[in-house]
Each structure stands twice: as structure tokens, then as C-alpha cells.
Design a protein around this ligand. Structure first.
Ligand SMILES: [Zn+2]
Length: 201
């Protein structure tokens, strides 16, 4: 086989270890595959390249064509039996394995800290839902009862216990929406809460 000397590492290698040039000239790159890959990786790790890439992807993903394609792909993907089965197994592992849930939550909270702008809407929506789902007819005793539940939970958290106040019927459920009332509140460990998800509703 024909050989060529890499301009970077100066090694002489067979041409199959060089990429073909993209200009269709049937010539090979001057750097060997290994050197070219290292060069490209270093370049794409530059902050300005990362920014460029994420701006490009953001623009691409926001187009209606892309969204339609993505939805169509997901529709097909979700109906392939192997994928359905894999999803079930994943969910089962998640439900029966508190560590997995804890890891997920940790990743989530790191992500939330790094991208606060993405969570402003979510927090606002949740606050609005709470207000909207709090019936006007609750009496002072019932409002106080809810306050106590939150305070009790905050006290548990302050000593390092990972508890959360959960709405038994979620306030923003897919089919039914629960009320923000004392009898719809329960205190769960964070992992129990995460495992619960919205699946019952
Ligand atoms: Zn080389």
C-alpha cells in the first residue's frame, strides 16, 4: 500500500491511516488520523467553539421542522418493543434503588445551580399552581395545619433528614389535579417522592 509521512508526528504510515480530504480530490490529509483527531478534539474543546456549537444547536432545535422530526422519531422509538421493555426495566431499577434516585437528584441540583434561568419559569409555575389550587374556603385552622406540616418538614431537613412535603394527588397532574389542602399533604423521604413521580395520576 502507498505510504505517506504525517506532517505532525513525522511518522510514515500507510495511507489507510490518513483521512481522505473532503474536497473530493482523492488526496489524503497531511496529518495522520490519530493526529487529526487529537487536533480536532483540542479545537472543539475551546470555549468559543463550545459556545458556537451550543448556539447552533439551540437555533436548530427551536425550528418547527426539527421539533416535528423529533416528535415523529420519539413516537416511533416509544413503540418499538425492545425500547418499551428497556424503559420498563429502567423504571423498575429506579423504583427499587434509592441510590439511583439520589444520584439523579444530585445531578439535577447541580444542573439547576448552573442553569438558574431554566428553572425560574418552573418555580413560578409551581407557586402559581399552589395559589390557584388553594381553595378560598379553607379556614384558619386548616391553613395553620399546612403551615405546621411545612415547618415540621423544614425542621427534619435542618437536621439533615432528606424529607419533602408531597401532594398525594399532584397539583399539576396530567389527568387530575390535586388541591393544596392539609389532607392532600404528606411528608415523604426525597427518594420516596422521586420514585412516586406522577405515575398514579
Ligand atoms: Zn501523525
Amino acid at each position: 500500500m502507498e505510504t505517506k509521512t504525517c506532517t505532525k508526528c513525522q511518522e510514515t504510515k500507510t495511507v489507510d491511516l490518513f483521512y481522505k480530504r473532503s474536497d473530493h480530490s482523492a488526496k489524503y490529509e497531511s496529518q495522520c488520523k490519530a493526529c487529526k483527531r487529537a487536533h480536532d478534539a483540542a479545537r472543539s474543546a475551546l470555549p468559543e467553539e463550545k459556545l458556537k456549537r451550543s448556539a447552533y444547536l439551540k437555533k436548530l432545535r427551536s425550528s418547527p421542522e426539527y421539533k416535528a422530526k423529533e416528535a415523529a422519531y420519539k413516537y416511533v422509538y416509544d413503540r418499538i418493543p425492545e425500547n418499551k421493555e428497556a424503559k420498563k426495566i429502567k423504571q423498575r431499577i429506579r423504583r427499587t434503588n434509592p441510590q439511583v434516585i439520589q444520584q439523579e437528584r444530585l445531578r439535577g441540583s447541580v444542573y439547576a445551580k448552573e442553569n438558574p434561568e431554566k428553572f425560574v419559569m418552573k418555580t413560578m409555575k409551581r407557586k402559581a399552581a399552589k395559589l390557584q389550587r388553594t381553595p378560598k374556603w379553607l379556614n384558619d385552622g386548616q391553613l395553620f395545619e399546612m403551615e405546621i406540616i411545612y415547618k415540621y418538614c423544614a425542621a427534619l431537613r435542618s437536621v439533615g433528614l432528606d424529607y419533602e412535603v408531597d401532594h398525594i394527588v399532584p397539583m399539576q397532574g396530567k389527568t387530575v389535579s390535586g388541591l393544596h389542602v392539609p389532607w392532600n399533604l404528606q411528608i415523604l423521604t426525597a427518594s420516596e417522592n422521586a420514585a412516586k413521580g406522577n405515575r398514579l395520576w
